[in-house]
Write a new protein. Structure first.
Length: 479
């Protein structure tokens, strides 16, 4: 019924969108209908597709995958420290494959369109969930999960590209926030469903239910999701393919060269990418530690983990759907400062979680850090302004590859730190302090971006004076 409703809303979209604008919505990104005189596609179908696919992801991963991994490891004689290391290695291998393949998938979507690429990735994930349900050994589970990274767009590269295609640069922060609100809705539903299914019928039920949700998502994508990348804006794709000469390695090198060229043209982009990298190292370390920490320190089972992750999703909804637009209006023109504050708040929150003595304090700390999830959204919006319309797929693919690499490092560091803490008698929450340091470094990188942009402008203003034989002293003064 929800899918049918969205289809009906989409047909009435322009009228509803105009009513929203007349009412002073203030979140100018097109939602139910086309914006910019009908030239841009509505984003509501994308948001619903994202919510469905993210729900399937959360059902299969949060907490089903980590708990199933721990159960199989225990059956095969692994202790908790060895299990943590093995889980971190599996996560790292998956992230490495996503790092390699995500830019190619994103560049492929620049050539064939966003919808076919999204359909392909969803189909691959559906097959992965089905195979995970039948895995009966640790090796089989890890192999299926790792090889699934070959067909993943990693960190929503295609969805972010769709938003960049459909939304003007100045309005993307809110559009990205809405996308994360949909992810937050999925995080409310998915972990709770996955935890209940695992508690009642075993982890296989979680994987099979996720596959069923993905089948529904595939039908919705085929029937109702519009194509956000028009033909006239796919000009760079043939050039990119020709540069690679059909060779995957050559295309990857070409993509990296183009990304390097982007960072040279926009020096602040390098700092934003560094910030997102540090933040995802912190997230990777947190993700590899959290399931073990919750079991060891708090005694949580599948249902408890599912409920907390659902609560975390509710916090994301509040932050992205309510706080982010409000904060953005308060700091217009200073989104960088907003990102810094959010990253610093995240650092404080994660550090406090490491010392949380009980379940009640964990929930209290999470509520106090509600705005911390806005940092990545604002930073991603800032990065999208550093590339042209035709390069949004390239940039999104490069960012997702960077985030996959950062999560690889975070998973390895976090799992090794957890194993070392357990073997030396430290609390299992101690490695969370590493995650907090990473978020603090992300805030520092965002703080450096404006200075890099100003320096580039001064350099550009000074160069003609020197090359044209002008006043050298005036050029030095500009610098």
């Amino acid at each position: 019924p929800l899918i049918v409703l969205v289809g009906l809303l989409g047909s009435k979209g322009p009228h509803l969108a105009s009513l929203m604008e007349a009412a002073g919505d203030g979140l100018d990104a097109p939602l139910l209908g086309a914006g910019a005189a009908g030239k841009r596609k509505p984003l509501l179908p994308l948001y619903l597709m994202t919510m469905l696919s993210a729900t399937a992801f959360c059902i299969a991963r949060l907490p089903a995958l980590s708990l199933r991994f721990q159960d199989l490891a225990k059956e095969e004689g692994f202790d908790t420290a060895a299990t943590a290391i093995a889980f971190g290695q599996m996560t790292a291998l998956r992230s490495i494959l996503e790092f390699v393949c995500t830019p190619l998938i994103a560049a492929w979507s620049d050539r064939i369109g966003r919808r076919p690429a999204i359909f392909f990735c969803l189909s691959a994930f559906c097959v992965e969930c089905t195979l995970l349900a039948g895995a009966r050994s640790l090796l089989a589970l890890a192999s299926i999960h790792v090889l699934g990274g070959l067909f993943s767009d990693g960190n929503g590269a295609l969805e972010h590209s769709c938003i960049a295609d459909a939304t003007p640069p100045a309005q993307r922060a809110v559009a990205f926030g809405r996308l994360l609100t949909c992810v937050g809705c999925a995080m409310v539903m998915g972990p709770m469903i996955g935890g209940e299914l695992a508690s009642r019928w075993g982890h296989e039920a979680s994987f099979l239910f996720a596959a069923a949700v993905l089948v529904v998502t595939l039908g919705y994508t085929a029937l109702l999701l519009p194509e956000y990348l028009p033909l006239e804006r796919r000009a760079l794709a043939p050039q990119r393919a020709a540069a690679g000469n059909g060779d995957g390695a050559g295309q990857t090198r070409q993509l990296l060269r183009e990304l390097q060229s982007l960072t040279r043209k926009s020096p602040q982009l390098a700092w934003y990418l560094a910030a997102m990298g540090f933040a995802n190292v912190g997230m990777g370390a947190y993700g590899s530690v959290q399931p073990f920490w919750a079991r060891e320190e708090l005694g949580w089972a599948a249902r408890d983990l599912g409920r907390y992750m659902s609560f975390t999703g509710l916090i994301v909804i509040v932050a992205q759907g309510g706080l982010l637009p409000l904060l953005r209006n308060m700091v217009k023109g200073q989104e960088g400062r907003l990102a810094q504050c959010c990253f610093l708040l995240n650092a404080v929150k994660v550090a406090a979680l490491g010392f949380a003595p009980n379940t009640a304090s964990v929930y209290a700390i999470s509520v106090a850090g509600v705005a911390s999830s806005c940092g990545g959204t604002v930073t991603r919006s800032l990065t999208s302004r550093c590339a042209s319309e035709q390069q949004q797929g390239l940039l999104a693919g490069g960012i997702s590859a960077l985030l996959a690499a950062a999560q690889t490092l975070g998973a390895l560091v976090g799992s090794q730190a957890l194993a070392a803490a357990l073997r030396r008698g430290f609390p299992s929450g101690a490695p969370l302090q590493l995650s907090a340091v990473c978020f603090a470094l992300a805030a520092l990188c965002v703080a450096r971006a404006p200075a890099a942009a100003r320096a580039a402008k001064y350099e550009e203003a000074a160069k003609p004076l020197e090359e044209g034989g002008g006043d050298v002293h005036e050029a030095a003064k500009i610098r």
